[in-house]
Design a protein around this ligand. Structure first.
Ligand code: PBG
Ligand code: ZN
Length: 335
């Protein structure tokens, strides 16, 4: 049974890994990817004109909260060690031109001000910049003659971004997927004295069926049609990389890939072509799939959350937006 040939050379390379892995301390030493609480960004839905939190049927344990509960929510995140939130607003009214999205008294603008006043620099404020929650038709841009008008839309999106910056946002995150939105917003921010506000481009946002629970959560489903004319097709990886390159040229400070788990190849490739921070948005459907299977007792919820989020980081993501943020943070804090 000797592995040594008479020459003294091993007949084949041998590895000790399986024997070494019997020891948990060795497994810890060899662990390549570690998620930190500081990598996580927690989405928050703030709804105007409600007094008590509302459950979201399609997203168990996630709520729309009134602005009166926002400070408590942020404090809870800070206590867990989380340092970033992304805010989504559900406004008191919708209109054709989405003007409740850029009003200084809008729900997101008031929310940003409140968090900034109460928490200063203790939490990074990312604001979602889009029109779908604010328009009657539910498309992400301005509709004229039954079409989403790209160039009109980016003008309005720039107004929304500037209104968020005025309120005190650190990072604006345009999710409408209009051509040129990052460059247009960059110019508008700079012209209004907000050159210090960063842009997180939803660079590779795919037209995905995994957004369905979110659209219920934020009342933002398109009334007719879908978003395939401006979101990316999931069959094209090179196109996703081209979109990332365009956002970088337009001045994005962070590039985002969305959804996360079915798109790890795109995260991995994005990591190779840019040294900018990469964010992955693990979307509502990724959350609800886990919650639903766990409720049936078919999978172990905690273990699967750790596996999914660690895999997103392993693929190359620096920042991870996830609805599991609180649960993941407490798991990490108790490890
Ligand atoms: C809309 C928007 C969506 C998400 C974030 N912003 C949905 C969509 O484009 O249809 C998805 C988030 C999620 O599913 O968690 N601009
Ligand atoms: Zn939208």
């Amino acid at each position: 049974m000797s592995r040594i040939k008479s020459s003294g050379e091993p007949a084949f390379p041998i590895t000790r890994m399986r024997r070494l892995r019997r020891s948990s301390s060795i497994r810890d030493l060899f662990q390549e990817t570690r998620v930190s609480v500081r990598d996580l960004v927690c989405p928050i839905f703030v709804q105007d004109e409600i007094d008590a939190p509302l459950n979201i049927d399609s997203m168990p344990d996630i709520k729309r909260i009134p602005i009166s509960k926002l400070a408590d929510e942020i404090q809870e995140l800070i206590d867990l060690g989380i340092r970033g939130v992304i805010l989504f607003g559900i406004p008191s009214y919708k209109s054709d031109n989405g003007n409740s999205a850029y009003s200084s008294r809008g729900i997101v603008q008031r929310s940003i001000k409140l968090v900034r006043q109460n928490f200063g620099e203790r939490i990074a404020l990312i604001s979602d910049v889009c029109l779908c929650q604010y328009t009657m038709h539910g498309q992400c841009g301005i509709v004229s003659n039954d079409n989403v008008d790209n160039d009109k839309s980016i003008g309005i999106l720039a107004k929304v971004a500037v209104s968020h910056a005025k309120a005190g946002a650190d990072i604006v995150a345009p999710s409408a997927m209009m051509d040129g939105q990052v460059g247009h917003i960059r110019t508008a921010l700079d012209e209004n004295g907000f050159s210090g506000v960063a842009i997180m481009g939803y660079s590779a946002k795919h037209a995905s069926s995994l957004y369905a629970p979110f659209r219920g959560a934020s009342s933002s489903a398109p009334r007719s049609g879908d978003r395939t004319s401006y979101q990316l097709p999931f069959y094209n990886r090179r196109e996703a990389i081209r979109e990332i390159e365009l956002d970088i040229r337009e001045g994005a400070d962070i590039v985002m890939i969305k959804p996360a788990i079915p798109y790890l190849d795109i995260i991995y490739q994005a990591r190779k072509i840019t040294n900018l921070p990469i964010c992955a948005y693990s979307v509502s459907g990724e959350y609800s799939l886990i919650k639903a299977a766990a409720a049936e007792g078919w999978i172990d919820e905690n273990n699967l959350i750790v596996e999914f989020i660690t895999s997103i980081k392993r693929a190359g993501s620096d920042i991870i937006i996830t609805y599991h943020a609180k649960k993941m943070a407490s798991l990490l804090n108790n490890m």
